[in-house]
Design a protein around this ligand. Structure first.
Ligand SMILES: Nc1ncnc2c1ncn2[C@@H]1O[C@H](COP(=O)(O)OP(=O)(O)OP(=O)(O)O)[C@@H](O)[C@H]1O
Ligand SMILES: [Mg+2]
Length: 345
């Protein structure tokens, strides 16, 4: 009898985007969203009962959108949230299976969750995967990033996502609760601060959440502005230029102090002999790592502690899923139970 084909998937199930990588060479990214038609016209326009990922965003004018994750953890509010989660995971597995050579491969996935996700939430996620994956394991997101980058010792990873900022101290072992923190201030929080600040100064400017996020992604910075940020917004239908330099700076800096405080706390938990090494090994990941000047600002706020070096992972979009796949490949699924909560045989 021939051996059953095994697909290993590293999944970074994010609040805003889900990234996956497989041992069959698949590398994909999709919006973590499921769209359902609002009415019969929507069903006709869509030609399907639902749509998952970026297409749902493109067609949002006639769909109700469900983001199954909030603050990095599964929403459990209503039936639609549960269904949307299942659809999202199924979609990920279908993308992974597209490259399979056999009809019924065994599918094993490692899924990243926020550093301090509750065990109830991890259990819930595992149960949702039960009928979709043969074996699944949930691990801490920033640990996955560290594993992927081969920095497992004497370093601190800061993963700034949409819903959460996850910070993790890597000490050459599976991080425990004292080694990691999850903050609820991340990209979505920056969007809210930015929107409120622009509205306050320019009440006449017409904004949507999507537009605010795009402005942030195009112009984010902390510290000194290299040049004024002048953008065109609509007022009563007319395009008008607005200077939003100060608003952008305030919004992006709104997450920094808390991150630095947590880095200081985690630093204390390392042996004093290695704290210098740790300060040389602070690594930013997640979409928020792209904020201009962020590494420098974090380093500046830590100067009292010694020489500090903050770097950014090479592939901010896939760093989590790269690590999850590496972990899945390095360690046969039989041993996954040693790494955290898992389900399957
Ligand atoms: N250039 C940029 N500057 C600032 N923020 C950015 C930039 N590019 C992307 N982002 C933000 O990064 C966030 C998405 O990052 P990421 O994909 O790591 O999050 P996620 O994994 O979906 O969320 P989480 O980890 O919280 O579940 C969004 O808030 C997005 O607006
Ligand atoms: Mg993330």
């Amino acid at each position: 009898m021939s051996e059953v084909e095994q697909i290993l998937i590293g999944i970074d199930l994010g609040t805003s985007r889900t990234a996956l990588m497989t041992n069959l060479g698949t590398k994909a990214m999709l919006a973590s969203v499921v769209g359902y038609p609002r009415d019969l016209i929507g069903v006709k326009l869509l030609g399907a009962p639902r749509v998952v990922g970026d297409e749902a965003l493109e067609r949002r004018s006639y769909l109700d959108l469900y983001y199954p994750l909030e603050d990095g953890v599964l929403k459990e509010a209503g039936e639609r949230d549960l269904e949307a989660t299942t659809e999202l995971i199924k979609h990920v597995v279908n993308i992974a299976k597209a490259n399979a050579t056999s009809p019924n491969p065994k599918v094993c996935g490692i899924i990243g969750v926020p550093a301090r996700a509750s065990s109830a939430n991890k259990d819930h996620l595992l149960k949702m995967t039960q009928d979709i994956l043969d074996i699944s394991l949930v691990v801490s997101e920033p640990f996955m990033v560290g594993y992927g980058q081969d920095i497992l010792l004497n370093s601190i990873i800061i993963d700034i996502g949409a819903g959460t900022t996850d910070i993790c101290a890597l000490k050459g072992k599976i991080p425990g609760n004292d080694d990691q923190v999850t903050l609820l201030k991340a990209g979505n929080f920056i969007n809210e601060v930015l929107e409120a600040a622009i509205k306050q100064r320019y009440p006449e400017a017409q904004l949507t959440q999507h537009l605010v996020q795009t402005l942030k992604e195009n112009h984010s910075f902390v510290g000194e502005a290299e040049e004024p940020i002048v953008v065109t917004l609509r007022c009563n239908g007319k395009p008008i230029s607005f200077d939003i330099t100060e608003e952008m700076k305030t919004a992006c800096e709104s997450v920094v102090l808390e991150i630095v405080e947590q880095v200081k706390n985690l630093l204390k938990g390392f042996d004093p002999e290695v704290q210098n090494d740790v300060l040389q090994n602070i690594v930013l990941a997640g979409g928020g790592a792209r904020i201009k000047g962020l590494g420098q600002m974090i380093a500046n706020l830590l100067t009292d502690f010694g020489d500090v070096s903050v770097s950014i992972v090479e592939d901010t979009d896939f760093a989590g899923s790269i690590g999850a796949l590496k972990l899945a490949t390095d360690l046969p699924p039989e041993y996954w139970s040693q790494l955290g909560d898992m389900i399957g045989a």
